[in-house]
Design a protein around this ligand. Sequence first.
Ligand SMILES: [Zn+2]
Length: 555
Amino acid sequence: MIGVLADPAEQNVVREFFELFKTPWEFYRRDRQYDVLLCAGDGQCDGTAKLVFFYAGRKTPFDDEQKIQTGRQRKHACVLSYQGNRIPIYGDTITFPENRGDLLTDEDSQECAAFLDQSRDKVLVRIGYDLFSEVRTLLTVGQPSANANMPALELHIAFLRDLITGCGVPLVEIPPVPDGYQFVACLTHDVDHPSIRQHKWDYTMFGFLYRAVFSSLRKLIRGQMSVQDLLTNWAAALKLPFVHLGLAKDFWREFDDRYLELEKGLHSTFFVIPFRNYRGRNSHGPVPTRRGSRYEAQDIAVTIRKLMTAGCEVGLHGIDAWLDCSKGREELEEIRRLTGVSEIGVRMHWLYYDQQSPLALETAGAAYDSTMGYNETVGYRAGTTQVYRPLDASQLLELPLHVMDTALFYPSYLDLSPRQARILLGQMVDNAVRFGGTLTINWHDRSVAPERLWEVCYRDMVQDLKSRGAWFSTAGQAISWFRKRRSAAFETDSILPGAVRAKVAVDHGDNLPGLRLRIHKATERSEIGAHRSENYADMPVNERIDVTVPSEASR
Ligand SMILES: [Zn+2]
């Protein structure tokens, strides 16, 4: 059991952190004994626990009390590293120049940023940043795109977990991993352009022609496109007048069949635009006209029914819902009307989103949001692979978006070749396997048609996800699974000392994979950062599970 002493203003952050690092904990009570006492910020630290972790990015009275020599305080972002992991820090950090521990090192100065001090029967670990202020930053502002590849929040959890077990304390946890799988894969599709016939003499049509004819040639020269794909695109460009005349098939219209065939029953999620020719608003100024869509969900009502019959989910690709809850209600209502489903999730068009959006979307009645991601790159904007509750929301959960096809391939974004994209995606699957949680992917509707032809890359990625043990779920199912995990509760009172009981409210009709309980063995200090799978054991959790984990005291 971890006792937490933190600034009272950070209580909601602490609660959310321990939904993501789901292990027994409580706010510190004077009358209780803890295996680990975690103090953060300026919180007064009680010195009676045997193992104390003190997180603060500046010199505190506790440092004077414990005669800890502190170095300079840094007020700008930096990267701390431990055992090859890089953890970006956005708030204050402080180093400890007199200490030579290798727990955590400031990458620039190579100074020690966390050390462990053992005197008599007590262990103190002083960590030179404020954990909960970092978590707050990640779950609100998010990370700049330069740090997109670092799952910062998962690394904070991994570091803390490693410290606990490395100090000889075993740990139980309900990891973000569905029983029987390694992680969750959410395949999603923003439906922006379901018909090229609707684009006559506009930005989209000229863009298509330019990219099909000239950009394809450039890609061929750079070895990023095959001759066959080049010819497919040129043929599509030649066919375009006939598509407009109704004499040839609309090649953007076939996205539903293409994805159903590629996914073969894996159940993806399609986000559709509610109203046509409405570009929406922005809090900073005018929005480009081209944000307005040429179609509206009603135009593809038959497709929506077909996708739902095949087991796919249809959500809202919102326009103003992110900043205006009454507009959000109208947008959601349109998708409810067409799907006949009351619980509708949202991803905003062009990923419009700010810190007020969770509350606006929750007030509008959205079932969840999946907008927190990057347009220009791929990675972890909120620093996490997990579904989380934004700090201002009371019900709404966020399924972070990790990979968008356009970020991978657009010349103005990452501009990757299919091979480079495969390598980068493989690294993100590695992270999903290591940390659990979800890998949320957005492959747009027209990406499997000319002129993008990003179908092979998509197919290979789905194959890789399959072979690495993904549970493929719709966005809504992933949200439900994480709600189930959030509903699990640990009991430590009134049972055997050292025993932990996990109680889960399971809805037996939910058809979702179960939860698992993971028992991490106590290890040696040298094991910190080693990530050995033999250091833990998993067991499935049904309605209730009792396990006895010897605490340090009783071993
Ligand atoms: Zn969009």
